[in-house]
Write a protein of this length. Sequence first.
Length: 194
Amino acid sequence: MSYTLVSSVKGRIESMTAEYVDISVSLLTLRIIAPTSTLENIGPIGTITSLLTSLQVREDSLTLYGFLTEDDRVTFETLIAINGVGPKLAIAILSKFSASALANLVQSGDTKTFTTVPGVGGRTASRILLELKGKMDHIWTIPYESDISDEVFESLTALGYSTQEAQSAISSIKDSELSTEEKLRLSLQFLTSR
């Protein structure tokens, strides 16, 4: 069960491993489990840092999980709400993929890439990606960033298509070497064929 009793922690980094960081807050030192990306970017031992947290309450433990971004925290809480995905697997997933990269995997349904997470096989990957469908649209980004994609995106939204429709259309284009006009034509073709 997730509680918002402790929504963030700010304090001095006392020690750190590949799995957690100990942060001294006043008279307490809190052990916070975090994804690799968070641990690599919070600073060295002795510095003051701030983490967004998710307190997980189990029968036999209270565990704090820490994140640098709200997207990562929300993604963690979304993942652990899926049957069979516990905090340990959710942290492993967020150690492998950022929230936006995971959102792009969900949109593309890329189970092969998702199985690179330790402990995730093909069936589990398919089930998790299916469960996440529609729950991560708020952080979904265009899979590849370029001026052409931005121009196509702006053109589609100017024509009245929603952000999600524009992103879906751009994602459907496999050849990134096409001109802006060709990408716009293919995007419109994709949207009108739905």
